[in-house]
Design a protein around this ligand. Structure first.
Ligand code: ADP
Length: 377
């Protein structure tokens, strides 16, 4: 007798996504799984468009796992691709999986631990050193300067930069009961794991510890009412984004990328991760896009426009480009991001352009989620 759908699903839990290193059932990729009397397993997968390049490897892994089951001789695997969060496969193929699967984001939306925060935005990057924390801090400061209430959380628990970038390393942390009172600086509420650990200790977290630290930082901080909470994620596709997706209902994610071709491959992996976790990608920011010398000439060091092209190819919005700028670096090292918005150079205009585009994308998301209702009395 061929195995049941539940048995096939159980077996599919041994198959991992080659980029996200988690099993395809937990990631919510399996839409349906069954086997016919001839011993042919039939699996339908639902993936974000950005994951199409892993189709051959997934096919190989799934087939190997299924033909290892008793009474299964072959596997037919159908891939359905979503263009963006929420846009699903063509009609007529909308079977539900035998176990109704909720994506991590659907679970988080049902059980929101931060109901006083209107928009939670994660800032991620495919790899370190591309300016992810710099962008996160400047998005937060720029949003606050536009008159909204903003918080920032240093979710980069492996290498927190916020104490330096916001100058909070000079401030004392306060708690009330078991709640952490965030720092108030540069018009923001801010918290960082850097404030809770000793400066010179290396931050080595095992998976469950990382999960716990992140959860505690997010939910035990007294945020109060916020319009935006910006979360600076660790680089790459590790455990923290999955924790985040399970814990908090995100408005979306911003991916920071430098223009070079080699940086884009990592950024596409980050896009794939967010989309697979059902997190809406609000857009890509190209950092270190170009450099303006003292002679006023624009130098195209890394190949301006590379990240914009990548965003276009991945069908996600492009939020803007930030130049290589010495003040941006010195203000980060000096803990004074506000100065980026008050200088004479082009920097403030470029940062405000990104912030304006981000606000527009958030507004679009808000409209998408608005459902008309009538009340009859
Ligand atoms: P990540 O968070 O991606 O690891 P950071 O934001 O910590 O990267 O930035 C790495 C370094 O590069 C920091 O010293 C930061 O000040 C500097 N930096 C980032 N973006 C720029 C930029 N556009 N111009 C100049 N320096 C930058």
């Amino acid at each position: 007798m061929p195995p049941t759908s539940d048995q096939i699903l159980e077996q599919l839990k041994t198959v991992t996504d080659p980029e996200l290193h988690r099993d395809i059932v937990t990631l919510g990729m399996v839409k349906s799984a069954s086997a016919n009397d001839d011993g042919i397993a039939q699996v339908v997968l639902s993936l974000p468009q950005s994951a199409s390049r892993i189709q051959p490897l997934l096919t190989e892994r799934i087939t190997a796992a299924l033909v290892a089951m008793p009474d299964i001789t072959d596997a037919q695997i159908q891939f359905e691709y979503r263009l963006a969060s929420g846009q699903d496969a063509p009609a007529g193929q909308q079977q539900q999986s035998p176990e109704e699967q909720l994506t991590p984001q659907q679970t988080a939306r049902q059980d929101n631990p931060l109901p006083t925060v209107k928009h939670i935005i994660a800032v991620g990057a495919g790899k370190g050193g591309v300016g992810k924390s710099t962008v996160a801090v400047n998005l937060a400061v720029g949003l606050a300067r536009s008159g909204v209430k903003v918080g920032i959380m240093d979710g980069d628990i492996y290498g927190p930069s916020l104490p330096t970038m916001l100058g909070t390393d000079k401030l004392e942390l306060k708690t009330i009961g078991n709640m952490i009172i965030p720092f108030e600086t540069h018009g923001l509420k801010a918290i960082t794991i850097g404030a809770l650990v000793e400066d010179d200790k290396p931050l080595i977290w095992r998976g469950p510890m990382a999960h716990g630290a992140f959860r505690q930082l997010a939910t035990q901080t007294e945020w109060g009412d916020l319009d935006y909470l910006i979360i600076d994620l660790p680089p790459g596709t590790g455990d923290v984004p999955l924790t985040l997706a399970q814990l908090l209902p995100l408005t979306g994610a911003v991916v920071v990328c430098t223009p070079q071709k080699v940086a884009q491959d990592d950024a596409v992996r980050a896009l794939h991760m967010f989309q697979q976790l059902d997190i809406n990608v609000l857009g890509v920011v190209e950092n270190m896009s170009y450099f303006i010398g003292n002679d006023g000439v624009e130098y195209d060091i890394f190949g301006k426009g590379g990240a914009e092209m990548m965003a276009k190819q991945s069908a996600v919005p492009f939020l803007g480009a930030i130049p290589i700028n010495m003040n941006l670096r010195t203000n980060a090292d000096g803990g004074d991001p506000t100065a980026n918005f008050t200088g004479e150079d082009k920097l403030a205009a470029e940062l405000n352009n990104v912030i304006g585009n981000l606000k527009n994308q958030v507004a679009i998301t808000d409209n998408d989620q608005w459902t008309p209702s009538i009340s009859i009395s």
